[in-house]
Each structure stands twice: as C-alpha cells, then as structure tokens.
Design a protein around this ligand. Sequence first.
Ligand SMILES: Nc1ncnc2c1ncn2[C@@H]1O[C@H](COP(=O)(O)OP(=O)(O)OP(=O)(O)O)[C@@H](O)[C@H]1O
Length: 455
Amino acid sequence: MRVLIIGSLAGELGKAAKIAVARGARLEQADDIRTALVILRGNAGVQLVLCELHHDIAALVRSLAHERIVVSVVACGLERDSEQALQAVRDGAQDFLPLPPDPELIAAMLAAAAGESHAMIARDPVMLATLRRAEQVARAQASVLISGESGTGKEVIARHIHRRSMRSTGPFIAVNCAAIPDHLLESELFGHEKGAFSGAVARRIGKFEAAQQGTLLLDEISEMDVRLQAKLLRAIQEREIDRLGGSVPVKLDVRILATTNRDLAAEAAAGRFRSDLYFRLNVIGLTLPPLRDRREDIVPLAEHYARHYADVNGLPYRQLSDDAGARLLRHDWPGNVRELENLMHRAVLLAEGATISAAILEMPSEPTTPAQAPVPVAETAPAIGGDHAVCSLVGRRMEDVEQALIIETLNHTLGNRTHAATMLGISIRALRNKLRDYVEQGLPVPPPQAGHWAA
Ligand SMILES: Nc1ncnc2c1ncn2[C@@H]1O[C@H](COP(=O)(O)OP(=O)(O)OP(=O)(O)O)[C@@H](O)[C@H]1O
C-alpha cells in the first residue's frame, strides 16, 4: 500500500515511516501540504496520509474535499499534544498516531486503510470448490461478479484472483462504492481535469487510471448511483474513460472485479440496477457461501486468528480448547468470517490460561436474520410492549440510547465504520457525522479498526 508522509523524515515520523516500510508500505514524502496535494492529484493509489500535527490539517482536509480526493488522513504528533490531536480530529483527521511510534498501532492503521489482511483460509469442501473456480477464472480477462453475504470474504477472494492472474505484477486498486458519496465517487473513479468543477485546481488521476495494467475492484457495486452506472458501462464497453471535464479519452487496460452483498439479478429485475451493466459485470459469477454453510472452515479460521492476533498484540499464542471449538461450531455466524475474526480478536486479548476457553468467547445472542444488507426496521423490531430489552430503555433519552448503540456497535466491529454503518442500517456519512459530534462533545470514540488495546 502507498503511504504519503507530510513532514520531515528526520525525527520520530521517520521512525514511523521505517516501520510502515518494514510492513510492506511504499512511501511518498512531502514537506508541506501544497506538495502533498500535487502528489495526491497524480497518484490515486495513495491510501493513507500521515501528517505532522503542526501542518494545517483543516486546510488539507478542506482541499481534499474540495478537489474530491478520497484518502484517510491520520494526524501524527507527540502524545502530550492531546489538545492539538483533538483539534486535528475535529478538523477532519480520521485518527491520531502518537509519537514515538508504536509498531503495532502503525500495522493496525495500515491494515485498516488497506482493508485488513489478505490471508485466505479454506478447508471446507464447499469453500475449496469456490476457490478452485476462482483460480480457474483468474487467468481470464473477463469481469467477475463476486456475490455473498457481508463478511464472507469477497474482497479476500478478489485479491486472490488478482494474485493468480497475469496482472499480478500490476496494481490492485479497491474502491468501496457504498462508502464514498456519489458526487465524490465519480471523480474518484474517473479523475478530473483542471477546472472541471470549482475545486478542481489541477488534473487528478482517478482509480481507473491508477489500476492500469492491473485490477480494479468495485466493492458493493449495487450501491452505485444509476447515472454513474451508465458511465461505468461505457468505460467497460469502450475500454476507455473521460476524466471529468476532459476532452481526450484515456485508453484503459484494466480488469474489473465487482462485489455485491445484494442479489444483483433481483436488483436488475426490479429496475434498481442496470441490466446491461449487470450482464457486463457478471461474465463470470462467483458466489461465496456463508460461514454457516462451510462449517469445516470455522475452527481453522479461529485458529488462524488466534495466531494472528497473538502476533499482532505481542501476546503468547493460545490454542482453542475443545469446548471453545465446540461452542464456535454451534453458532450460526450471521456476520460470517468478520464476526468470527472480531470475536477471536477479543478472545485473544481476554485469554489468561493455557488455552482459549469457551467461557471467554463473547457470543452475541443468536440473531434471527443474516447480517448482510440493512434489514428494514419493521422486520426486526420487537412487538410493542412485549420486549424486556426495550422496556428497560423506557425513561432514557432517545439521543443517549442512540449514542450508546452506535458506540457499542463500533466496539463490536472493532472500529470498522463500514461494517458498523451496515449493521446500524445508516449511511457511512451519517455515522461519520454522529462520531464527529461525539468527538466534539469530548466522548471517547473507538478509532478505526483499532481494537481494545487502543480504545
Ligand atoms: N477465507 C478467509 N480466510 C481468512 N480471512 C478471511 C477469509 N474470508 C474473510 N476473511 C476475513 O474476514 C474479513 C471480511 O472479509 P471481506 O472484507 O473480504 O468480506 P466481504 O464479503 O468483502 O465483506 P463486505 O461485504 O462487508 O465488504 C476480513 O478481515 C478478511 O480478512
């Protein structure tokens, strides 16, 4: 992943940069915000910006919004500068990295910005068959549509297809269509020329061009606005794009992969998704089975995460006890692999004895609906007057209950905003606005995918 550092590499930030490089990051460096913006306009592959606190972070965030550049900004400074750190978050930084740098915190930030680790575990015959099919189609050039419930590993398999393709030495660029507002998504994908809109002060290269000779993953494609769907269809058919405000088309050599956790054929039939685009994307279709239908993967995945999170947190590796394994096998996993991963992360942090026992596995009560697309409230709401959990809320202010629910959901998803918003049935933008309000009120908010150790 590409990381842009704004500031001097001579001091503590240089140490952070070295750690990021040791974890596989490729660095860009700018002495000031003006230079950083020049780099960002020309390189849509940058996923994370680490910016020293004393730079004008508010101005950086404003320019990024103005120029429709989507990238995570993390403010960096000494731990004692907590007032400035809070101000940086108020100004729009997504997080604060205290210096001197903690290698594990940097690893978590890189993982959060890149969309977590790429290891692929598969033991169940159903999953092995899916994997074989993915490997078969990897060498083709055709688009692949990967369907499956949220958290089943659609992005993991997309990366696997890229690694096994003839484009593996080229870039793999992922764009989450649900997480980026429509007006930003267009320039994020297609780029823009200077003057294309009031904030377009210079040419900006989009994700399509950043993915040249490689693979572009359009995550959660069903959430793409209809107008953009038309533009995407043209890009795929003509193999060229026009930057916003551009007059000369740019030729493309990009393979498109797309994911959806909705039934895209049904969306097309209902007129919510263009049928012609659906057929273009679904030249090859792959469906990832939910975890409850590939039970032989559950324990190997749990063991993988027990090892991984022990490693990441500098803790001793503890095996799963037999009763813990049995308990995992009894659960239905509505949140799929992501739910299992979060549960094991917590268990690794809480474990004390020689093994991870069933007692510390914090299983939520068995939900009745799979956690994929937001479920209409009417389908899940308890009958009025009949539910103890709801009765116990009577007398509390709506705002307080909402706040507690949001923070608790974020704790459950270990800070993952996209997943929390899906569970809450609200847009990422609405969630971000709420969190910004909480930060302004001085409330502690779980940082993005940081886990308990950073809470
Ligand atoms: N087979 C697997 N082996 C190891 N880890 C996996 C596997 N499948 C999924 N994961 C992990 O589970 C988490 C969710 O995976 P991923 O983001 O690919 O799911 P998704 O189906 O794309 O979810 P969403 O639809 O919510 O975006 C990630 O942290 C990923 O690393």
